[in-house]
Design a protein around this ligand. Structure first.
Ligand SMILES: [Fe+2]
Length: 141
């Protein structure tokens, strides 16, 4: 089943929430590609996810700076996440579609845990009290 963005995942800012909804869709696409074991689609979906992640990380940093939130921990985690995703992508592409059902569960579970538990809940929620002091639609001018 695909991951879904819900109100509970809101970090109190429309731009970031909408990015997260988009990222959840892209992670669903990568998870689908892992299940389908199609190397071409997998590469394509990983590139889309990584490209969007870079845009999202830049949006987060721009907003954090505008609301005066200390972003240093976020920046470190972002760089770590990008490296981890690149490792995962390289590992999967090297296997050329030859992975077990157990590996499918492992890799798709890893992606879900990383985006939902680590990135949104574990990291971005730290910004919520600061973001909530501003309008939900706030974005830097
Ligand atoms: Fe985020």
């Amino acid at each position: 089943m695909g991951l879904v963005w819900t109100e509970q995942l809101s970090v109190g800012n429309a731009v970031i929430d909408s990015d997260h909804e988009k990222l959840i869709g892209l992670v669903n696409d990568v998870r689908y590609a892992i299940r389908s074991r199609d190397g071409f689609i997998l590469t394509k979906e990983f590139v889309r996810l990584e490209d969007w992640l870079c845009i999202h990380f830049a949006n987060e940093e721009r907003i954090a700076r505008a609301v005066d939130f200390d972003f240093s921990e976020h920046r470190q985690e972002q760089q770590y996440a990008l490296r981890e995703l690149q490792h995962l992508r390289d590992e999967l592409i090297a296997k050329d579609g030859l992975w077990s059902d157990g590996a499918v569960a492992h890799f798709t579970g890893f992606l879900e845990h990383w985006l939902i538990d680590d990135h949104i809940i574990g990291l971005n929620m730290l910004m919520k009290p600061t973001l909530q002091a501003h309008d939900y639609a706030f974005q830097p001018g």
